[in-house]
Design a protein around this ligand. Sequence first.
Ligand SMILES: Cc1cc2nc3c(=O)[nH]c(=O)nc-3n(C[C@H](O)[C@H](O)[C@H](O)COP(=O)(O)OP(=O)(O)OC[C@H]3O[C@@H](n4cnc5c(N)ncnc54)[C@H](O)[C@@H]3O)c2cc1C
Length: 364
Amino acid sequence: MTHIAGVTATTGARLADLTTLRIGGRPRALLECATAEAVVAAVRALDAAEIPVLVLGGGSNLVVAGGDLDLVVVAVRNREVEYLTGADDDRLVVRSGAGLAWDDLVADTVGRGCGGLECLSGIPGSVGATPVQNVGAYGVEVAQILHRVRWYDRATGVDEWVTPEALGLAYRTSVLKNTDRAVVLEVEFRLDPAGRSEPIRYAELAGRLGVAPGERTDPSVVRRTVLELRCGKGMVLDDDDEDTWSAGSFFTNPVIREDELPTVRSRVAARLGSAPAEQMPAFSTPGGIKLSAGWLIERAGFGKGHPSSSSPARLSTKHTLALTNRGAATSDDIIALAREVRDGVREAFGVELHPEPVWVGCHI
Ligand SMILES: Cc1cc2nc3c(=O)[nH]c(=O)nc-3n(C[C@H](O)[C@H](O)[C@H](O)COP(=O)(O)OP(=O)(O)OC[C@H]3O[C@@H](n4cnc5c(N)ncnc54)[C@H](O)[C@@H]3O)c2cc1C
């Protein structure tokens, strides 16, 4: 693989050094790909040789097993950014290499006075991974701002631009999540060059900004406020803060059928009383009723920092939804804690939690 232009191959790398959870063993090799063409050539060659591939961005949504891993890591590192005017009605389009750090792109667009990406400030990882799980935060999802994706389709061998419809984007998922379908090479997002943010839909953010829900405002103020809110929850990476040594929110918010809601409320009432049952967050979405995983975890008895200050794996002390590695945790420690929380919520309220990260060589 070293003979492919733009590919730097090494052996002896550890996924623990390449993931935000800081856990994971040694792949057969690590291929750092500086261009989209290098990514395509590397993945094409590995697929032809039937060698298992892990496509890696920032490693911020992965739980990886320890030990020797029978796979080759293809790290996507192409980082060019281009602004395309007149590409789509009155909007501006930004095109970014998949390997750029997502927050660098957000900062660049906001710094130029463009609106669109500001609510997604501070999310770790790469641009190329954002369509994979339809990244979202503070009332905005990538699906709302995505223009096109250039991908390498691993089944057909074609390198092509596709529209968002091809991606099957839904709540924290797409046709790319947990599949080997395609590698994202470049992504285009629609921006508002007039400097208006996306409508502020998230109540906590609207309150902090002092705007009415649905109003647009200055993207740089939104970015600053989102970063403050995220820092308070340990959701911005910080080498000095073990609460951020995580894979982000470990469970997605569970979506239940509307007719299941009364049963869940009555289980909450039986355990905690009628007031919490009435106050339990429940939002109507096209897919059903979305509950708050964090609320359920906490009310099932798993407080911040669970199980104890000496445990190698524990819930963040700032946010019950994040499972953290305090430095010495293994994937088995994370799995044991994840099972305890998932099973505890099921037992308490009859609600099934589903993990958000991608599992490599291990599973819950
Ligand atoms: C502190 C913290 C906060 C977070 N907050 C949020 C949040 O608010 N909202 C949210 O949605 N997520 C959040 N996350 C999760 C994570 O940051 C996102 O899912 C992010 O998009 C993952 O990007 P990555 O480059 O690190 O992907 P990786 O972890 O490297 O990979 C994740 C998956 O995507 C695949 N992948 C990566 N790059 C590509 C590519 N170019 N083409 C095809 N597949 C690819 C990988 O193979 C893997 O299956 C958070 C994580 C952390 C640690």
